[in-house]
Design a binder for this molecule. Structure first.
Ligand code: GRG
Length: 278
């Protein structure tokens, strides 16, 4: 699946404007495209055509991109660099960056609702998208993260990551299961895998924040700059690395246990994520 073409197509019908330019600027700036790829890998593992997932995969990357644009704003992390380019508010201005995030979030639901799949599956998938992205999901995680004083312990950190990072990694796994006709119990099991993956991914991000340069990461090392409590400050680097490796291993194990699911390709993707340098 060519994800870049998929994303260009998703934005093509939007009315030309400065906000569309800003949406396109951040959406088409690269990025690892992990969330759409996770969805395609789950479909592949269940033997379902990747094409079925396109509108939801595009919606996921649009929602993820909106969250990055808003997270970089002066009122949040106040970052200058994202995906190797000036952040959206630096390239445009704050008001346009807020609107670009709003535009990507709302257009994501427009794109998802146009999916040519059975109505019931579309509704289920949209419900997952909204609950994983919204105030019971990623937005809740961001809210917890903003309240620094409540993030002192490892347990606090796990909770922040479960919502802030895990929810948007669970969503593609769960939507892949929905589009493959899996039952609620299996969909929930994929949700749990996403939580573990989110924690592993975020601990890795915390390690990269201190071991890589902003140039290598393509984004600001704002955790160190903001003296944030991270997995590394709480566990120490070595222990953080061990915890991360354990969690990735648990993800692989869980993925092998789904009935009727050919996990090899998804596991290969997890291996690639684990060895990422940015
Ligand atoms: C503003 C509602 C709202 C939420 C912001 C995404 C986010 C929540 C904050 C960004 C900071 C951060 C470290 C979030 C955790 C999730 C994460 C690691 C995002 C980066 O995802 P990648 O590495 O980014 O997949 P690319 O650019 O490769 O797509």
């Amino acid at each position: 699946m060519n994800i870049e073409t998929m994303l260009e197509e998703a934005l093509r019908p939007v009315t030309d404007s400065r906000v569309k330019d800003a949406m396109t600027y951040s959406l088409m700036a690269g990025g690892k495209r992990i969330r759409p790829n996770l969805l395609f890998e789950v479909l592949k593992g269940y033997g379902v055509s990747e094409a079925k997932g396109i509108p939801f995969a595009a919606a996921l990357e649009m929602i993820h991109t909106y969250s990055l644009i808003h997270d970089d704003l002066p009122a949040m992390d106040n970052d200058d660099l994202r995906r190797g380019r000036p952040t959206n508010h630096k390239q445009f201005d704050e008001a346009t960056a807020i609107l670009a995030g709003d535009g990507l979030l709302t257009e994501a639901f427009h794109v998802a609702s146009s999916a040519d799949v059975p109505f019931e599956e579309t509704v289920k998938a949209i419900r997952i998208l909204s609950s994983m992205a919204g105030p019971d999901g990623m937005v809740y995680g961001q809210c917890l993260d903003m309240n620094e004083s409540a993030n002192d312990t490892y347990e606090d950190m796990v909770k922040v990551h479960k919502y802030k990072t895990g929810c948007l990694l669970s969503a593609p796994l769960m939507i892949g299961a929905v589009l493959s006709g899996q039952n609620e119990e299996i969909i929930e099991a994929w949700h749990q895998v996403g939580d573990m993956l989110g924690l592993a991914f975020q601990i890795q991000d915390d390690i990269l924040d201190i071991t890589a340069t902003a140039e290598q990461l393509g984004k600001s090392n704002s955790d160190s700059r903001n003296e944030k409590v991270t997995a590394v400050t709480l566990l120490g680097e070595e222990n953080a690395r061990r915890t991360m490796a354990d969690l990735y291993e648990q993800c692989r194990k869980a993925m092998k246990q789904f009935g009727g699911f050919e996990s090899a390709s998804l596991i290969e993707m997890i291996d690639q994520i684990e060895s990422r340098m940015k």
